[in-house]
Design a protein. Structure first.
Lengths: 330, 321, 330, 321
């Protein structure tokens, strides 16, 4: 699908904002300011942003996964939602009850992932199914992403198959970053390209260079368009490399240098920057100013979250139900 | 004219489908076929586009329900047998159960679980999993023993904003009949005195309520008056009613059909001894199924789960202290 | 693969024995002599027997499923194991603890299925994996079958993918009998032919007319041969129709008459009989004598199981562990 | 020189790999990477072809283990976190747990489950599932609290013919150190007096043993001598040792880190009151985590699970009866 310059600018800015934010998260983690873990989408911004930017908040729904900071940003998640969740602010969407990437705002069409891989596929399917029943589907789509590792889960399989049977407008992006934690592709699946899975589900499949924003935007745009038009589930497999450890606790030393120096080892942000500049969609100066803006935005979002209170265990409502049953029965 | 337990479940679903546009039914073989137990018979025809057959994908069924609930719907999911919910375990305990606590948005789904033993059903079509799910925060676990409760509690379950696991006992489906489905208006979370008495209290739920009443009837001949408390829901668990009964009788037998380690009966005994130790005139007792898978052969099955005989025996022991 | 006459005779005799046995089980059920359920493989004997007869007991392993009476017979399960299990004899392999199709003899390479569909795929994979570790794999294969419905389970997906990653000699037969209980194919999957799944797993796929013994024998033979030779997992999709209810409690009235009268509605036993006679592998008289032999064998197996004791709850060892811990700790 | 809890688990695996050709390790990221917690570090190199990375397929991992056990092997499966065993739930409770009862053939598999809370781990990397699995007949459920038990009980688990769920506490991995791994020779199924006392008994297991000992140390200042019983395995559960302790103290606090409904503490209280009612001088008490998912924020987490403070409080209440 031809991609317009505004879309690319938009997607690229999300990539940039995500990258700069995540760099900061990494520093905070290393400085001991974030407890638990930090999981970066470094190297995956192009495909993630292409998806997020192709969706319409308020109309579409989107279940981002581990490495979708760029997609979240493009979809319209406020940066402060991220810093608050990582820093445990009680003001964040998860109020300190859950952390890092386990966040969402289901009411804005963005459910909060659970850790169990593959589990969000059927949830997005359910959201679309409900919209159809309510008569509000009307050209909207639902999207989610998974990694190469998550394709081995039963949940992925059941969810995608169910979406296909129900002919739901689901766009699923498989970000094949060649590793699941430390496990390489050849210990994860035995086909050549995961896109070969698509036809078995009766789903349209696409394979794309995940380090190439232009290509990602075109392919994801096409997939989203077809889904909107009633073409049923679409599966995009993006090939790329995770340019960080699994989490910031991990140096990823198991990634062979041949992968790092190979084609997919290139940085999608650099590639995209060149593409934008060469096509005349943005100037280098403009990009620098975006960078500065983002850095400032990140500083603010971190500072604000840091000065906010953490949850207070003594004022916490320690119930897991919304229904209030008589106290004696709990 | 009489109504069976399974009729009641069907009628309740018909009523909520009629009255609440947010309700839909999703499950294996539940549309035209009407379900393995006919709990949805005719509903697909009566409510076109609201009753769906689905693939054999229990994990995705619950995921779909959660997604639909996020969008404001009130799905009822039928597991073909409670035992197969083991496939949906993750989506139930980690996705559905945690949703409200994590996000502040409740997910009102009802999962219907045909459960409990029947002769010849064997290890994988007989399980009583209520004590498994009740361990997880965020779930309401309902276990109707009567025709009227099957009806009214299912309707109430759909109205609750939280995920409800609705354990239906397969043995009661066609065996249990009532003149009508009129109920006594008790809400979920409140237990019922199924049979009043004064010498000992049996706390139980689901099909075992009937076995307990039978045992109580037998002991009546010997002059014993046994009170039977029907918990109705195991989470929330109505400790007030249980304690009030134990206060009257001084003796407690916690009775269930599930495996003997932990579960509902352990929770009942632990709660009562924590809060009502001084009320007890004798050591509280438990009676459960045996600690093996549920056997296929009817003879083994009958000896695997509590029976009026074994309940009487446990009660006599309890009364002899 | 060319099929030899002896193989076909062998497979056909298993089909016949299975059919006659199952007809008897159905009568016993209808007469109230069998508690629980009775599940028939009627219409599926050709593909099932082709698989069972291609395996070598003592060397290969095999996890039959619901409709594999013919495959079990061909693999070498004694008929008495079946009648004892259905009739609850304590002498049977399950000793009354489990019933009907939930039987096996793991020590002879035939594990006992649990009800949960798809769950046996990874078990067979594990048996093969162990043989490789022990150094006893040596050209042996493992086989299992599933229905169209079972392909929607996460267990099927995880198991097959794992087998492919481990390059195990697994042969999986998908008996697509067009229905899962009452649910038709179009509510179960959205691809044209389930064989399209194979390539996505990196597995060799075959599609075959399941009502045609000759075709089944050829295709399954080929798949087993390739697996033996180190070609990794093989997936055979057989197209056919279940010629009975889901169980004998079910009249299957939801099956449209067009399916019954269509190509796959034909009876594989009749087809096979014609094939054998036409090819000169057997005479009609011979087949009649086999029929009579089988009927007699069935009578005996039923009579014996019926006169055997059922398990005695008062002498039953009510423990679920083989380890004997001190009594006070249970 | 000192050995940590995680070292002990690694050493035990090294030993069984060395001494028993039937053992192999299967799990996510456990080969060259050495596992998320480094419990298998270096083992892939030391034992080529016996330590395998596997796909993210928990259901199939357990299925594979059962199949391999049928063929005579003794697989050790590492779940990356106990919480992810929810995906393998069906294969564990229906395939592995029922196998011996149904077929007469035991399936000796060991499933290692890194479990329990650590600060910042949140709802899905913190769960304590021992009370879930212990409900199912056919499983041995082991919960080591010490370095030596982590070592010896893992070795013993591999020797058992039945499926063993081996719950390792993540909080203890690097925090808990010992001078050596020499043990006291106790077998699985036997509890240990972790700290002798005479005024009250705390029955607990895994990481909570250490919190209980801390609480006991504090109460010592007030003259209270608290006995701490470390169950070591929750199924089988050593009632003899527990009863003997309660006989000495007359008071019972059952302590655990899992969710509060049912589970190990309910089973302990129910068992003790059934068999040792006359030994009790006060109502037995329970202390568990709160009835919500395990929260992410360290402040919430610290208030969610029992602490020396809350244990002291529960004990004071118990002692005041
Ligand atoms: C069901 C399940 N098993 C294990 C894990 C632990 N885990 C978290 S991320 C991860 C690797 C995921 O790999 P992949 O899907 O390729 O995504 P990536 O991290 O490469 O983006 C694993 C094994 C999990 N979250 N869920
Ligand atoms: C996980 C699981 N869910 C539900 C069932 C109940 N069930 C038993 S057989 C069956 C239909 C199976 O259909 P298919 O796989 O096509 O095999 P067929 O019966 O047609 O041979 C169902 C739904 C089950 N056994 N396992
Ligand atoms: Mg990956
Ligand atoms: Mg079928």
């Amino acid at each position: 699908m031809p991609v317009d310059g505004d879309f690319l600018r938009e997607a690229f800015r999300s990539m940039l904002r995500a990258r700069i934010l995540e760099n900061k998260l990494s520093s905070l983690y290393k400085a001991g300011k974030i407890v638990g873990g930090v999981y970066l989408g470094r190297g995956q911004e192009a495909i993630s942003a292409a998806l997020g930017a192709s969706l319409i908040q308020g109309k579409d729904c989107y279940a981002p996964l581990i490495r979708d900071q760029a997609g979240r940003t493009a979809f319209g998640e406020a940066m402060i939602d991220c810093t608050r969740t990582y820093l445990g602010s009680v003001e964040g969407p998860m109020r300190g009850r859950d952390g890092n990437i386990h966040r969402g705002r289901p009411e804005m069409g963005m459910p909060a992932m659970i850790s169990h891989l593959g589990a969000q596929v059927s949830v997005i399917a359910g959201m679309l199914f409900a919209k159809r029943l309510k008569g509000t589907l009307d050209g909207s789509v639902g999207a989610t992403s998974v990694g190469d590792g998550a394709t081995s889960t039963g949940a992925f399989h059941e969810g995608l198959n169910l979406a296909a049977v129900e002919k739901l407008p689901l766009v699923i992006v498989v970000a094949n970053n060649q590793f699941a934690y430390s496990t390489p592709n050849h210990r994860q699946f035995a086909c050549g390209d995961l896109v070969e899975r698509a036809s078995g589900y009766g789903v349209v499949g696409y394979s794309v260079d995940g380090t190439d924003l232009l290509a990602c935007a075109g392919v994801v745009g096409e997939a989203v368009k077809r889904a909107r038009e009633g073409g049923g589930p679409q599966m995009v497999v993006a090939h790329l490399l995770r340019l960080a450890g699994h989490g910031e606790h991990d140096d990823g030393s198991y990634v062979p240098s041949s992968a790092r120096t190979g084609h997919y080892g290139r940085d999608c942000i650099e590639v995209a920057m060149r593409q934008l500049v060469e096509a005349g969609y943005a100037t280098v100066d403009e990009i620098f100013s975006w960078q500065e803006e983002s850095a400032e935005e990140v500083q603010k979002a971190v500072a604000q979250a840091q000065q906010e209170p953490s949850p207070d265990p003594y004022r916490e409502d320690w119930t897991a139900l919304s229904t209030k049953f008589p106290a004696s029965t709990t | 004219m009489s109504v069976t337990y399974i009729d009641a479940i069907r009628e309740a679903q018909e009523k909520v489908l009629r009255e609440d546009g947010r309700v839909f039914l999703y499950g294996q073989d539940i549309a035209r076929f009407g379900g393995a137990f006919k709990a949805t018979k005719g509903l697909a025809e009566e409510f076109p586009g609201r009753v769906f057959d689905c693939p054999i994908s229990e994990d995705a069924m619950i995921g779909l329900a959660v997604g639909a609930a996020i969008e404001g719907m009130r799905p009822i999911i039928e597991m073909q047998f409670a035992d197969f919910s083991s496939i949906a375990f993750n989506q139930i305990v980690n996705q559905a159960a945690t949703h409200f606590y994590r996000t502040g948005m409740p997910v009102p789904i009802v999962v219907r679980l045909p459960s409990g033993g029947t002769p010849g059903s064997g290890p994988f079509h007989s399980q009583s999993m209520e004590g498994i799910y009740a361990q997880y925060p965020g779930l309401v676990v309902v276990t109707p023993a009567t025709v009227s409760d099957a009806y009214h509690m299912l309707i109430e379950s759909v109205k609750l904003d939280d995920p409800v696991l609705f354990f239906e006992h397969k043995f009661l489906y066609r065996w249990l009949k009532a003149k009508s489905i009129n109920g006594d208006g008790l809400p979920i979370g409140q237990a019922r005195i199924a049979r009043p008495g004064k010498h000992a209290t049996v706390v139980t739920y689901s099909a075992m309520v009937h076995e307990a009443v039978r045992a109580a009837d037998r002991l009546q001949a010997d002059g014993w008056e046994i009170e039977v408390v029907d918990l109705r829901s195991v989470k929330p668990l109505d400790l007030d009613t249980v304690l009030a009964s134990v206060a009257r009788t001084g003796r407690l037998l916690a009775l269930g059909e599930a495996f003997p380690w932990g579960g509902v009966t352990a929770e009942v005994v632990a709660k009562v001894t924590e809060e009502g130790f001084h009320l007890l005139d004798a050591p509280p007792q438990r009676l459960n199924a045996r600690d093996t898978p549920v056997p296929y052969h009817p003879k083994l099955w009958a000896a695997h789960r509590p029976t009026p005989e074994s309940i009487c025996e446990a009660l006599r022991k309890l009364l002899s202290f």
